[in-house]
Ligand binder design. Structure first.
Ligand SMILES: CC(C)(COP(=O)(O)OP(=O)(O)OC[C@H]1O[C@@H](n2cnc3c(N)ncnc32)[C@H](O)[C@@H]1OP(=O)(O)O)[C@@H](O)C(=O)NCCC(=O)NCCS
Length: 164
């Protein structure tokens, strides 16, 4: 059965979102965060998120299986038509189409919110995300060499963007 479409996350989803996210904090370079996000931090973020910066969750069989967000790309006002997209799917549920559903839904939300430029900032090692975004029309817009360091490795960061 197809899962229901992604819905807006609430503070009650903080633990489920972090269970997915903190796996990548500890084990991967998908995020450059190195310490677990706490439930309090996430719940606070969710409470503070305005409607034009949605965080969404995808559920399968009543469990949160992935999440995504549109967040400010930069704080300066002239960046207001630009948003940064992120998505995370539970590590044991990859390659089942969940990431595509989450990102496509975020793109639809971004369009209806009036954003013009969608940016994703991805570690070079996040090949799944890079491939997924390119399949949805994102183009590589640049690479910052060796700006990250995690697990003793210097890491390049790739910028991808989609213009509406
Ligand atoms: C990136 C991520 C969200 C994709 O979610 P997913 O549910 O596994 O992706 P989907 O099943 O929807 O895959 C859609 C397409 O993306 C591409 N893709 C996804 N994972 C891939 C991988 N590991 N290698 C190559 N291509 C991949 C493929 O083109 C795939 O289509 P296909 O399966 O028909 O070939 C997921 O792998 C993830 O959470 N990764 C770790 C977190 C992360 O890197 N987040 C990005 C931070 S910016």
């Amino acid at each position: 059965m197809n899962p229901p479409p992604p819905r807006l996350a609430t503070a009650a989803d903080a633990e489920a979102i972090n269970a997915i996210y903190n796996h990548y904090v500890r084990t991967s370079t998908a995020t450059f965060q190195v310490e677990d996000e706490t439930t309090e931090e996430r719940a606070g973020e969710l409470r503070a998120r305005p409607a034009h910066q949605p965080m969404t969750v995808l559920e399968a069989e009543d469990e949160v299986i992935g999440w995504g967000a549109l967040s400010p790309f930069q704080s300066r006002c002239a960046y207001r038509d630009t948003v940064e997209l992120t998505a995370y799917v539970r590590h044991d549920s990859h390659r089942r189409g969940h990431g595509r559903i989450i990102v496509q839904d975020l793109l639809a939300r971004a369009r209806s919110l009036g954003y013009h430029a969608i940016v994703a900032v991805s570690c070079e090692e996040s090949v799944g995300m890079i491939r997924l975004l390119k399949s949805l029309g994102f183009a590589e817009a640049g690479c910052l060499r060796q700006v990250g360091r995690k697990f003793g490795r210097r890491l390049d960061v790739i910028y991808l963007q989609l213009l509406f």
